[in-house]
Design a protein around this ligand. Sequence first.
Ligand code: SAH
Length: 367
Amino acid sequence: MNAASNLLDLDPDALRDHFLSLGEKPFRAGQLLKWVHQLGVTDFGAMTNLSRELRQRLVAASSLDLPRVVRDQQSADGTRKWLLELEGGDCIETVFIPEEGRGTLCVSSQVGCPMDCSFCATAKQGFNRNLTTAEIIGQLFVAARELGQFRSRERIITNVVLMGMGEPLLNFDAVVAAMRLMLDDFAYGLSRRRVTLSTSGLVPAIDRLREVLPVSLAVSLHAPEDDLRSELVPLNRTWPLAELMEACRRYAAAQPHSRITFEYVLLEGVNDQPVHARALVRLLQEVPSKVNLIPFNPFPGAGYRRSRPEVVERFRDIVAGAGLVTVTRRTRGDDIDAACGQLAGRVTPRARRHQQANAARLAGGNL
Ligand code: SAH
């Protein structure tokens, strides 16, 4: 490791190896993780169960660098959104959604997003780069600190969803390392069921996730047939529905008793008709599923409208009536643009042509 390396980039195993390489016992990793992620201490000098000599070495050669809060907004419904500045000046957004009995943190995985889904505000910003492990787990740390979790006996953030800016499976290694920290008992100690990764459908990476760290999976579906889905989610041209559903089946089979969440944004006159609902029911027949209906959240220049409540209701009735667990997501935080698909930090996009070539390459088989 080079000088002043950011220890937040290391997952628990890598941190143990790091301490071994310093001639220390591996359990030091657990001690450090506890200081940082349970007590909120980022000053090595204050970590009193480490020897003075070790603390000095850490100060000299390591850092615990976190994203910087540049804006903190609170919605009338209690939803909170932070704009975080990263090394290099780009910004990402992180959202906390309090609900009865739980608190969900919605975390970003990339600066912008290359997937280019037609109805998503993040897509309109273009793509700059993947987040590092430190920048992903750093969102959890900053939110925990701002919410007072380090001083509280209770866990305030009970669930994490990778549903912020970016396609998490395009940033596989850093996302998995950050999730290992979310799950580690010395860090955040969340169960796999309480960490949900949402993907637009990168089939090979879904399989890989199943093998290395099968957390709860959410799939952004939005259409029950290929032509329409390819229009809304361009990745569908590379990984069409038949292959996506096969990967979902494999994922579900590897984790009995758990369901895959299918997200479906309702766009007026586009995908919200009874014929779509019935096709959706057929598509999901063989996968243990939960359907999450999301009212479209508008943003300037979106070109879509939210389906009317009675249309949402009719859609829901058809899907639920067929026996599928169906939840209509309440729109939270839309007064501060914190709702699904509205996150847009400060992204310096790379040239569009380059971006798209890159997305195609990544989607096509780099995984
Ligand atoms: N790239 C991943 C992670 C982002 S999740 C994915 O696609 O799953 C963000 C969720 O919000 C996705 O389900 C996405 O489809 C949905 N979404 C995007 N734009 C939206 C909008 N304008 N209104 C409502 N939901 C939207």
